[in-house]
Ligand binder design. Structure first.
Ligand code: CU
Length: 93
């Protein structure tokens, strides 16, 4: 999956909350957490792309329909309001 943003500079996660600077988070087959709280640590369903990269590959996703919700969060991992998008896809058997 490749991500793209406008109006936000994608950077390494450094713990800071700087307007207009953040990194991507991916929620696989789960709803994003509350906007006012930091996104939980990485798990099988939650990914912080804290390196500042714009690509990520999920491995071992089973066949069937899936949904990824991408959320840009500040360096502090708190989501940026309105900075999210959803993609639905199917993994073939
Ligand atoms: Cu994060």
């Amino acid at each position: 999956m490749t991500l793209r943003s406008e109006g936000v500079r994608i950077a390494k996660a450094d713990g800071a909350r700087v307007e207009g600077v953040g990194h991507y988070h991916l929620f696989l087959d789960t709803l994003p957490t509350t906007d006012s709280l930091p996104i939980p640590p990485n798990s099988s369903k939650v990914v912080h792309i804290g390196t500042g990269d714009s690509t990520y590959t999920f491995k071992g996703v089973p066949a069937g329909r899936h949904r990824i919700i991408a959320v840009i969060g500040y360096g502090s991992h708190v989501p940026m309001a309105g900075r999210r998008d959803t993609v639905d896809f199917t993994v073939k058997p």
